[in-house]
Design a protein around this ligand. Structure first.
Ligand SMILES: Cc1ncc(COP(=O)(O)O)c(C=O)c1O
Length: 442
């Protein structure tokens, strides 16, 4: 060990992601095991996971079926390159995934994370236009407060300032749509706000007029805004967005890294909202996060353009050493069986109202200035203390942890994403802890 003086110095070598390292290493929170809805910490506490890991352990931790599948796979085929070789289960998983997406979203490209899925989707969009004879379509459009992972493509179309401002010029030719939320008008709305979506989408029409549609490749949005604190665009927003993009030959990408596989009570947000984009990203719930995995699903039209438009050789110069990694795929096939056998999407629909009522019962508690919900996803806004972004919401998060509940704070928000197989009695302790936290912090 290189450092031995400071308190907890054995923690220094690990540079932790998206974590205030100094504060964490002073008072660490360390998990040693997990089962079902609970983590166990090294100091022997049980923590109810009210964030599904990180929006990803949808079926609960260490699901026996998924664990067994990974163990078996590790002993049988530990690795197989995806370049010029396949293994059967990768094709099986692609079919299982494709069967759950609407319209002609038929072709699945495997990655290892959501960030890679986003960059893959953006590259697919750009290359598609070029192969299709419209190589001038190079501009990308994201949204203010959007989160699309941490690759250079993802942070360029993303709209969270701290994820962008340290990292130079980013991709050129990127515009951002406005954040579709108005705190004064929308606070405490259950589900999607009723605002006219054109209030936010007229800016898209202005961007199209400014640059001309023939220069624009794609628009990417999160159908449910996750990392910024769980916000929903107004009713009809995604349908209108589809109409405008389609009219102008612009590809629409839904970033479904959080929403695919049950969070809203359907297989994905495209099905839930009845809007079919050209490309969707996914990750996390695809295999219950037991092994890193992401994926992109593209329309038949897009795929056929690549395949038919390339005379010989590789159609898409892109891929990862670990694309369709056998362990990730094994976890994926097992997780997909569990979603089906345990009827998880229907279960989410059946508890969504209980979750909504429980969350909105917190209206009026100190510091909570907004409550939002859809399916089994919830967001709170916590009033700033002394104008410092995130200080009070971070205390709120710590207080929940003290009360044995794991949630997530980001900026001035708290996000709640219970494990999808939670029953009402599993949700009650979450509401209790949120209420206590609101009343115990200053
Ligand atoms: C919408 C969205 N896109 C992309 C990502 C990035 O995924 P990963 O952390 O697996 O790279 C996330 C992660 O939360 C996400 O919520």
């Amino acid at each position: 060990m290189k450092h031995t003086d400071a308190k907890n110095d054995h923690l220094a070598a690990y540079w932790m992601p998206f974590t205030p390292n100094r504060a964490f290493k002073d008072t660490p929170r360390i998990y040693k095991s997990a089962k079902g809805l609970y983590y166990e910490t090294t100091d022997g506490r049980q923590i109810l996971d009210a964030f599904s890991g990180l929006w990803c352990s949808n079926l609960g931790h260490c699901h026996p079926k998924i664990t067994e599948a990974i163990q078996k796979q590790a002993a049988n085929l530990d690795y197989s390159t995806a370049f010029n070789f396949g293994h059967e289960s990768a094709f099986d998983l692609a079919n299982v995934v494709a069967d759950q997406f609407p319209g002609d979203l038929d072709h699945v490209f495997f990655t290892n994370s959501g960030s890679e899925a986003v960059d893959t989707a953006l590259k697919m969009a750009l290359a598609y236009h070029r192969i299709n004879g419209e190589g001038t379509r190079t501009r990308l459009i994201g949204r203010v407060n959007g989160y699309h992972g941490v690759g250079f493509g993802g942070i360029s179309v993303g709209g969270m300032v701290n994820n962008r401002k340290f990292f130079g010029g980013l991709l050129g030719g990127v515009d951002h749509l406005p954040f579709p939320y108005n705190a004064e008008r929308d606070a405490f709305t259950r589900g999607e706000p009723g605002t006219d979506p054109m209030e936010y989408l007229k800016e898209l029409e202005q961007i199209i007029t400014l640059h001309d549609a023939t220069t624009i490749a794609a628009v990417i949005v999160e159908p449910m805004i996750g990392s910024a604190g769980m916000f929903l665009p107004p009713k009809g927003y995604l349908k209108k967005l589809r109409e405008i993009t389609e009219k102008h030959g612009i590809l629409l990408i839904f970033d479904e890294v959080i929403t695919a596989f049950g969070r809203l009570g359907d297989a994905n947000a495209a099905s839930y909202f009845g809007v079919t984009p050209d490309i969707c990203t996914m990750a996390k719930g695809i295999n219950n996060a037991a092994v890193p995995m992401g994926a992109v699903i593209a329309s038949k039209k897009l795929y056929d353009t690549f395949i038919d438009g390339t005379k010989a050789g590789i159609e898409f110069f892109h891929g990862y050493t670990y694309s369709a990694h056998p362990l990730a795929v094994a976890a994926g096939l097992a997780a997909q069986e569990v979603y089906k056998e345990e009827n998880v999407y229907a279960h989410v629909r059946s508890v969504a109202k209980y979750f909504e009522d429980g969350l909105h019962s917190l209206k009026g508690e100190p510091h909570i200035t907004d409550i939002r919900n859809i399916g089994l996803a919830g967001g709170l806004t916590i009033a700033q203390r002394d104008g410092v972004i995130g200080a009070r919401s971070y205390d709120f998060f710590l207080k929940c942890y003290e009360h044995g509940i794991g949630v997530r704070s980001n900026g001035d928000t708290i996000a709640i994403a219970p494990i999808l197989v939670s029953n009402p009695e599993d949700l009650d302790p979450i509401f209790d802890a949120l209420k206590k936290a609101a009343n115990e912090i200053d």
